[in-house]
Design a protein. Structure first.
Length: 396
């Protein structure tokens, strides 16, 4: 059963009527370009086939009711909220997981959309795996609330704007200081492509990315080590990069060209230099990766993935023992390159592998984790998939 079908079935069972519509949004893998989005830099994500669906019907008042199908198949009910009473800060922690859909309703209210709705959520995006389950939820809920308010399916420009609204919900309402990469990927990615996004300008390019045609696979390795962006580590690093930009008199670290890096680092206190070095070199790695994809040279991506992981491990210091083990054991078994993906402190790694080596790499990674007494990681192939939208097939 698809996520959309699961959400629609649960909605019908709960409300004794079919939903008016079902909208869904994907999780994402960031091929390369980590912690560059909030520095006005470049990112290169692609959407996963794993999705979060929101089945819903409009209400005549401003009440928002939300229930979610848990991993055990049972419904988890959130307390209904009045959209006009939603306020960032006060009482948000008491909402628990429901703070995310409530935050989206608040952000849309700020844009003039305040009609209530009954929603039921279901999905298969792994939570806490660094694959943007929260962004998938936000984008699915945003499209559901907009659709139930009578808005048409958004065009490309509107999708970018909705992603910004979803980011605002996470930043200002929930209090998680993420950049806009996750929401933009969930809203704007297309099947068979990676999304090359210039965060500063908003300019985007859908870059063909068909690893299977090249005999390659992107193996996603979910270490099952939970991460949380709201923890202090992520926020501390973001503040550090902002402080460095202020000291250098620039808007964001994006403004440092690769040839200016050494001069810029010399002007900064020692503790900020590794953060800046990572952001500047990571932006360069994104640009080089895009060039390789345009040229069809997917097999040459490995060294860039390896360099990205090393920079995240030693300069940005957001890796974890399990992420390092996943990357190292994959490389030792024949992966062309491997890196952590997402915000770090746990979550997932990715490995670029030949189709013929996939089984051996998976076995080696699993064995390495078992040898260290760690829980066996979840592994699957990341297939570039479609972004968020109205799902018209759920009824069938």
């Amino acid at each position: 059963m698809t996520s959309s079908s699961a959400a629609a079935t649960a909605f019908t069972d709960l409300h004794d009527r079919a939903p008016e519509g079902v909208w869904s949004a994907p999780g994402r893998v960031n091929l390369i370009g980590e912690h560059t989005d909030y520095n006005d830099g470049y990112v290169l994500p692609f959407a996963l086939p794993h999705r979060l669906a929101a089945a819903g019907s409009a209400r005549d008042d401003d009440l928002l009711t939300v229930a979610s199908v848990g991993s055990d198949g049972k419904l988890q009910h959130a307390e209904p909220v009045r959209i006009e009473e939603l306020t960032p800060g006060a009482g948000v922690a008491d909402l628990g997981w429901a703070a995310y859909p409530a935050g989206v309703a608040w952000a849309l209210r700020e844009q003039g959309f305040d009609r209530g709705a009954d929603l039921v959520l279901a999905g298969d995006v792994p939570t806490g795996a660094g694959l943007s389950s929260s962004a998938a939820l936000e984008c699915a809920v945003a499209l559901a609330l907009l659709g139930l308010a009578g808005q048409d399916e958004p065009d490309e420009a509107a999708r970018v704007e909705i992603a910004r609204w979803a980011q605002r919900a996470e930043n200002e309402f929930v209090g998680v200081p993420t950049g806009v990469l996750d929401q933009t990927a969930s809203m704007c990615c297309v099947d068979g492509h990676a999304l090359f996004l210039d965060v500063r300008s908003g300019q985007a390019e859908q870059v063909p990315f068909d690893a299977a045609a090249a005999g390659l696979r992107i193996l996603v390795i979910d270490t099952r080590v939970k991460h949380a962006h709201s923890e202090s580590g992520y926020g501390d690093r973001r503040k550090g990069t902002e402080r460095a930009a202020d000291l250098l008199g620039i808007k964001a670290l994006r403004d440092i060209e690769a040839g200016q890096l050494d001069t810029s680092l010399a002007k900064l206190p020692e503790e900020l230099r590794p953060l800046v070095r990572h952001v500047v070199t990571e932006n360069e790695r994104v640009l080089r990766t895009v060039d390789l994809l345009r040229a069809g040279r997917l097999a040459d991506l490995g060294p860039l993935l390896d360099a990205s992981h090393e920079s995240l491990r030693t300069d940005y210091r957001v890796s974890a023992t399990e992420l390092d083990l996943a990357a190292e054991s994959a490389r030792a078994a024949g992966a062309l390159g491997a890196r952590m993906t997402g915000g770090g402190f746990g979550g997932s790694a990715i490995a670029l592998v030949r189709e013929t080596d996939q089984a051996a790499v998976e076995s080696a990674v699993a064995t390495a984790f078992e040898r260290e007494g760690l829980r066996r990681p979840r592994m699957f192939v990341g297939i570039p998939s479609a972004g968020a939208g109205l799902d018209e097939s759920w009824a069938g």
